[in-house]
Design a protein around this ligand. Structure first.
Ligand code: FA5
Length: 357
């Protein structure tokens, strides 16, 4: 009987099965594949050697070899499935969060509670300063009718001075009749109306709140920002009272070394009107990018109440007079904390925000 290349097939198959069973990682499996079932395996070598057999013996030998290959490949696939699920379980175990550890870690770590944002904190400080000067604090709506935001403030429809406030309109009622308030001045009107109705004149109030303008954000502007409005209606009020309040406020809030000045300006609802500026706290008046090299920063507008406004709310201008002002709260925060660019206030970068806790 002539020797066949498949004489040792059974032993060789057992050896391959033992090799497969001994793979204990997916890496070993990948590296070993060519030698077990691939081109460099004994199975492939035997396949080639079948050509040496007599033609009548080839069919049976081929069937034997195929069965051997099927067994080795099945074992290989099974080993791969076992090793894959073991690797996945190991990865899951490594990623597992031990909640017990997390709770303990939280208890041990210093608890970092939130704190009021810079603008909210500034608003409270400004309110405190004005309360100390005898003012009360009032609130008003952020969505206003055209009448409160403009007309009652002596700004008729289509009047060129409306261009001072680039307005967001709310899609309600007739077109362009409901607005996101462009300033806190409409709250003056609500307050005066309420005082007339309830017979509670005089008024000494400040009204902080959010305002909106279609302004392109830059170093000194945001599209949603905050103002604090001031309103005094009393008997015998003069411009000297207004100048005194602004000077007292500046010293109390910014300190005695910061200069303030009033410059003639125009607002339809006050006459005379002024702009209120302070020395730029970033450059101390030298001139920088934030103050556009002027050394001064405008904080707000102010003036004596125009008789047309008193008339619109039914206050007798012969008996009562008054003044109003409106300062930017974000601008005050910017100057108080020497923030070069106001956009930092809305970027929510915790590294910036933590400095003001
Ligand atoms: C007014 O809004 C007037 N209502 C102020 C006023 C009230 C005048 C009462 C007379 C009597 P003005 O548009 O200048 O004025 O805005 C006042 C201040 O709000 C500015 O000086 C600035 O500090 C702040 N401000 C205005 N627009 C922005 C903006 N887009 N971003 C941040 N702050 C702003």
């Amino acid at each position: 009987m002539t020797a066949s290349p498949l004489d040792n097939l059974s032993a060789q198959t057992d050896e391959l099965l033992a090799t497969v069973a001994a793979f204990d990682s997916l890496e070993q499996l990948v590296e070993g594949e060519p030698f077990v079932t691939g081109k460099r395996s004994i199975l492939s070598a035997l396949q080639k050697s079948l050509g040496q057999l007599a033609p009548e013996d080839r069919k049976d030998a081929g069937a034997l070899l195929q069965e051997a290959r099927r067994r080795v490949e099945a074992a290989f696939d099974e080993r791969r499935a076992t090793l894959t699920s073991a690797a996945r379980a190991q990865a899951l175990e490594a990623d597992r969060l031990d909640l017990g550890d997390v709770v303990v870690a939280q208890v041990r770590a210093p608890y970092t509670a939130g704190h009021p944002g810079i603008v909210a904190a500034t608003q409270r400080q400004l309110e405190d300063v004005f309360i100390g000067m005898g003012f009360t604090v009032a609130d008003g709506p952020e969505v206003e009718s055209d009448w409160y935001n403009f007309e009652a403030l002596n700004i008729p429809p289509a009047h060129p001075s409306r261009g001072m406030w680039d307005t967001f309109y709310v899609d309600l009622g007739e077109p362009e009749t409901v607005v996101l308030r462009t300033h806190t001045s409409p709250t003056q009107i609500h307050l005066m109306e309420a005082a007339v109705q309830s017979g509670t004149l005089p008024i000494h109030s400040v009204m902080p709140g959010r305002c909106y303008r279609r302004d392109t954000p830059d170093a000194r502007h945001l599209a949603a920002f905050h103002q604090i409005e001031g309103l005094v209606v009393d008997r015998g009020i003069t411009f000297a009272d207004l100048a005194g309040v602004i000077d007292t406020f500046t010293r109390a809030y910014f300190g005695a070394d910061i200069q303030s000045r009033l410059r003639p300006a125009f607002f339809p609802f006050t006459e005379p009107s002024a702009e209120f500026e302070i020395t730029c706290t970033l450059c101390r008046g030298e001139g920088c990018r934030t103050c556009s090299q002027t050394g001064w920063i405008e904080l707000g507008g102010c003036g004596m109440l125009d008789p047309a406004v008193l008339e619109a709310v039914g206050i007798d201008g012969d008996e009562w007079s008054g003044f109003a002002f409106g300062f930017g709260i974000d601008r005050c925060a910017q100057m108080r904390h020497q923030i070069a660019d106001m956009r930092a206030l809305i970027e929510n970068d915790v590294r910036f925000l933590r400095q003001f806790s």
